[in-house]
Design a protein around this ligand. Structure first.
Ligand code: ADP
Ligand code: SF4
Ligand code: MG
Length: 340
């Protein structure tokens, strides 16, 4: 495994939904690079464009979504230049996908075994016997006990955590170079969530998979992701190595998200907090910073001009805020006070 080999390079990616109500600019100028064995966390509230970014990368935007610009290089190949049949061979085989809700993605009349066997037969051309044997191994790998028995289980006979493990088994069946997990644990309770995330982490490290982990919970990325990309209103507003982001958040939105993470050492002392207000309507983008209506630091400049994603120091830390310097100096409690 070569940790520095770029697997996925996304450059200036933009996508929109052309609805009757207007054009929803869901993904705007998103760029990042993801190397083999690395995990990138994509974090933001619901509606910030996380799933649309993933779907745009896979060229699988639902109608009326369309790519409107940018480039996606996967192992050096331009995905936007591929035909649909070529993309079908890439999705599921070379780029695995784990969706938020396994129940919606599993066929209720197909056994666990059949789900995996089908993936192996379609993408790798395995015989039924070969695929069956491999399916049992995969169930074992993802921590499903008694795999031989579970091959015959239908989705409704599995717990939520088991169903998500099955989705992971299907996603890694072809040993993809990249994996996109879209809120893979949102539907699960906290203990199972932690187990599934640990499973994902260890599998990706073992297989050297470049992983994009989408979540609305910044707490999930700590200890799991190498880098984090914070999205707000369809744009990347902050990007940094995970440790750097947690130690020195520069965007007021990131500071707000950090305050939403429950802390074990503060149980009983602080109530779980949420950022006041709502993410904006992406059909009518503001001329300036999209976070201005919710931001305690906003000034006239913020309402007038869009802040560029600019380097913060020499560490690869990027932030799109006119007042990033002031955020660093702010104590979190002070920000909360002014927000509240
Ligand atoms: N099929 C669709 N048709 C129209 N608008 C959509 C569709 N899917 C998503 N959107 C809009 O695109 C924006 C980004 O959505 P999404 O990427 O799903 O957000 P997230 O995954 O961060 O919750 C939202 O404003 C959402 O309403
Ligand atoms: S640019 Fe202004 S409104 Fe936007 S996050 Fe920074 S301080 Fe707040
Ligand atoms: Mg989503």
């Amino acid at each position: 495994m070569d940790g520095s080999r770029p697997i996925l390079q996304v450059q200036g990616l933009s996508a929109a939904f052309f609805t009757r109500r207007g054009v929803v600019r869901a993904v705007n100028d998103v760029s990042f690079s993801l190397a083999a064995g690395q995990t990138l966390g994509v974090v933001g509230e619901s509606g910030c464009g996380k799933s649309a970014t993933a779907m745009a990368i896979l060229r699988a935007l639902p109608f009326p979504g369309r790519l409107t610009g940018g480039k996606v290089l996967f192992e050096g190949e331009d995905l936007l230049a591929k035909s649909e049949p070529e993309m079908q061979r890439i999705r599921g085989r070379r780029i695995g996908m784990i969706p938020q809700d396994p129940t919606a993605s599993l066929n209720p009349v197909m056994t666990a075994g059949k789900h995996i066997i089908e993936v192996l037969q379609v993408h790798l051309g395995m015989s039924h016997a070969e695929a069956r044997e491999r399916a049992a191994e995969l169930l074992h790998t993802v921590g499903i006990p008694e795999p031989e028995l579970r091959l015959h289980a239908y989705p409704h006979q599995l717990s939520g955590g088991m169903r998500q493990r099955l989705m992971i088994a299907m996603a890694i069946a072809c040993r993809p170079a990249a994996l996109i997990a879209d809120e893979p644990t949102t539907a699960l309770d906290a203990t199972v969530q932690a187990q599934i995330l640990e499973l994902l982490r260890s599998l990706c490290a073992q297989l050297g998979t470049a992983t994009m982990l989408i979540t609305h919970n910044l707490g999930v990325v700590a200890g799991l992701c190498d880098t984090v990309l914070i999205m707000y209103a369809g744009r990347v507003v902050e990007q940094a190595a995970t440790e750097e982001l947690f130690a020195r958040p520069r965007h007021p939105y990131t500071v707000g998200l950090l305050r939403c993470v429950p802390r074990v050492d503060q149980v009983g002392l602080a109530e779980l907090w949420s950022i006041p207000g709502q993410p904006p309507d992406l059909i009518k983008p503001l001329p300036g910073c999209a976070f201005a209506p919710r931001c305690p630091l906003s000034s006239d400049e913020c309402w007038e001009a869009l802040p560029p994603l600019a380097p913060q120091g020499g560490t690869g830390h990027l932030c799109a805020c006119w007042h990033a310097d002031e955020v660093e100096g702010l104590k979190t409690w002070k920000l909360q006070e002014s927000l509240g």
